[in-house]
Ligand binder design. Structure first.
Ligand code: ASP
Length: 348
């Protein structure tokens, strides 16, 4: 009788611990984490080959952290990421949380444009629940592949109640980054991501999550960028400034009907006289022009060497050009008023 009672108690404890496990859904989009090479010691590989079910098999112990299910949203190298896939992700995330299907969401993604997807979702998700992106620098077939560890850490972060209300996060090489500030800072190393202006928010190590700071500018239920009924975004291009640059890209964006242009300027969002004249012309034709910088960190400030009032330009604050493009595309779905658009850059 005593043995039967003990068995019942053990069974009850097991069942209740399974029931209490947080539910995490993994939305897979491809990237090197799902990459396959011909052999373990060769660099050549193709991104976006391995399905999510196989990736999960390579992560021992992951099932102890959470009850995990996987969905394949796309399977591309993130150099081929599209706005359509962003829309699909946005829709599915909102649906998952509206239907209470999960307690946390992880997105596996190539590293090349991961910072862009993180920021897009940071601006558009109407949730306070965790959304965490991750990927890898080495394909799944490589020696010391970093994908399994990053996936384990990302699920740990997504399953942690501490991650709620922090906006969209990116977990890589044991660091937890804010989706707005994070950027890819190295082309090949496993420590590929950094947060150039503010540093990481926290760390994940040995199945434990520690936060040290919180981002102020993050996604939440009040985001003005509701894209529920939106099927495409206004076209915004990026023109790169360098010594003796020709404004051919600016002129062609205008000719092709682009609604906005981001200048990847030098220094504090500066450009030469040829760019200045082309920008003035573009603004006269109704195109919105934002000054950003390709320096890699720091703010672009108003009325410095460029008189934004006279020229009619907007500044990106500390958003790099590729992130400034996302905010301008979304901003233009709401307004074309220059002051309003500038206020978005000081708020989001
Ligand atoms: N080109 C790959 C991608 O972005 C690189 C990676 O995932 O690390 O999908």
């Amino acid at each position: 009788m005593k043995t039967v009672c003990t068995l019942i108690i053990v069974l009850f404890v097991c069942i209740s611990s399974i029931a209490q496990k947080p539910r995490v859904i993994i939305l897979a989009t491809g990237g090197t984490i799902a990459g396959e090479g011909a052999s373990a010691d060769r660099a050549a590989y193709t991104a976006g080959k391995v399905p999510i079910a196989s990736l999960l098999k390579a992560v021992p112990g992951i099932e102890k952290i959470a009850a995990i299910t996987g969905e394949q949203i796309a399977n591309v190298g993130s150099q081929d990421m599209t706005i359509d896939i962003w829309m699909k992700l946005n829709k599915r995330i909102n649906e998952i949380y509206a239907n209470n299907e999960a307690d946390g969401i992880v997105i596996t993604h190539g590293t090349d444009t991961q910072e862009e997807t993180a920021y897009f979702l940071n601006l558009t998700e109407r949730t306070d629940k965790p959304v965490v992106l991750t990927g890898s620098m080495r394909p799944s077939t490589a020696i010391s592949a970093d994908g399994p560890k990053n996936l384990f850490d990302a699920v740990t972060v997504a399953a942690s109640p501490k991650s709620a209300g922090r906006g969209v996060l990116l977990v890589f090489n044991e660091s937890i980054f804010d989706g707005r500030d994070v950027s890819k800072g190295n082309t090949t190393k496993v420590d590929a991501f950094y947060a150039p202006n503010l540093g990481p928010l926290g760390q994940v190590y040995d199945g434990r999550v520690a936060y040290y700071q919180s981002a102020m500018r993050k996604a939440n239920k009040e985001t003005p960028f509701d894209i529920a009924g939106v099927t495409s975004l206004p076209k915004v291009g990026i023109a790169y400034m360098y010594a003796d640059a020709d404004p051919v890209a600016i002129n062609n964006f205008v000719k092709d009907g682009y609604k906005g242009i981001i200048i990847a300027g030098v220094g504090n969002g500066n450009f030469n006289k040829a760019f200045y004249d082309a920008i003035a012309e573009a603004i006269k034709k109704g195109v919105v022009v934002v000054r950003s910088s390709h320096v890699g960190s720091g703010r672009v400030t108003q009325y410095d060497e460029v008189d934004d009032k006279t020229l009619g330009t907007i500044v990106s604050d500390d958003l790099n050009p590729q992130k400034a493009r996302i905010l301008l595309m979304l901003g233009l779905t709401q307004t074309s008023n220059r002051d309003m658009l500038q206020s978005y850059f000081f708020t989001y």
